[in-house]
Design a protein around this ligand. Sequence first.
Ligand code: NAD
Length: 481
Amino acid sequence: MKKITVAKGDGIGPEIMDATLRILFAAGAEIETEEIEIGEKVYTRGHTAGIEPGAWESLQRTRVFLKAPITTPQGGGYKSLNVTIRKTLGLYANVRPCISYHPFVTTKHPVMDVVIIRENEEDLYAGIEHRQTQEVTQCLKLITKPGTEKIIRFAFEYAKTYGRKKVTCFTKDNIMKLTDGLFHHTFDEISKEYPEIESEHWIVDIGAAKLADTPENFDVVVMPNLYGDILSDVAAQITGSVGLGGSANIGTGYAMFEAIHGSAPRRAGQDLANPSGLLLGAIQMMVYIGQPKVAEKVHNAWLKTLEDGIHTYDLYDEASSKQKVGTEGFADAVIERLGQKPTTLPVVSYASASQPKLSEYTPGKPEKKELVGVDIFLDWDEAGRNAEKLGGELSKHSAGPLSLQLITNRGVKVYPEGMEETFCTDHWRCRFSSKKMDQVTASRDVIDLMASLESAGFDIIKTENLYRFDGKLGFSLGQGQ
Ligand code: NAD
């Protein structure tokens, strides 16, 4: 008997969870559930994370979490519970299969069987945001070597385990050369270890367009967090309904299974919602906890139910459906079909299913890190916002090899030789280094420079050190530099 933690969540959550558990038990699942409360009620009791301390104990005990969607209250101060759980438990891989069930579910894409593997902990979801001036806010995008290596290896191991042929990577490394560049480069390197699996990379904008237009050309797709969040919803929706998407969040030692959709509050309490997303998440859970026979039985009965035209409102279509049912009726129909297999849709087999191997990150040999300059960010709002004037004043300050090389505003060079047309905010990035950025400097020089600027009345909002790693620049050049 495997203990699992269950949370019924908000909105349609309790209905789809009851339906899902009823199906699992009817199929002979050997699980014992421990229920925890999360979501709206917990938030409104004053826990800004949406979860109470006691709930973590259950998760630490069972290490497997079946979670219904929750409602995140609108307004400031509330932290996303999903992000908190994923990061606290180290659930770095989010697996979202998006499959068409043509001709039983109406879709513009009859041939579609894509698995989106989304990095789950990093990127803009690190949640590090600041307001720095009257006009400017920022969000830090963090892409790490360990995080990237783990998710890309996971994608290839997933493809290997499930006999998939191709892994595609989406990034925007033509713009974000360092962060997305690391993701793309790591993908290229790791793909060499899996010569039997085809690999390709697309810039995310055209990749997304192709995925939405010709999903049949994709197999496994791996991406950083934000792109994966957006595109897995797109991919699930174009199979016919976002209500069909299930998701697994996997880490070392812990896993969480859920639907990809939210709590759909407008549909709550009316016995309308499609429980399929959560059920498909639960099927992934049964494989994960080593009960593949139950997973297989439920999955095939579910496919047979779809084939028999028994559909909830979101899938119901006069032409292809036979019977419109509610959440409970749908669960009953799946239970009636336990032991049956689909006749047109491919039969699912988990007989030899194992879990993709999770790899540990081993740091490589550290590269030689040298400080060659500093970007000093100023809040400067003198009348006219004249970059030439700012440049003239800043040029009077120097320390060691550090002197002003350029100023950018929103990343565009405005000094020296800026263009009058460039719109400037009150947020200036001022780069100090040696002329060719080839002289090593010391933290002391940076501090002296800052002290000099501060005593001249400049408002320093932050600094970023400029490093070389084994001689290679570890920072982007200014646009126009
Ligand atoms: P949503 O996914 O809840 O609903 C969007 C629409 O999709 C619904 O109006 C409904 O028409 C349809 N839909 C979704 N699930 C369905 C199902 N099972 N059966 C039939 N139709 C379904 O998205 P939303 O309205 O943007 O968000 C509602 C709340 O859910 C918000 O508070 C949001 O923060 C939260 N949310 C939670 C999670 C999670 O807990 N994992 C994920 C996304 C959104």
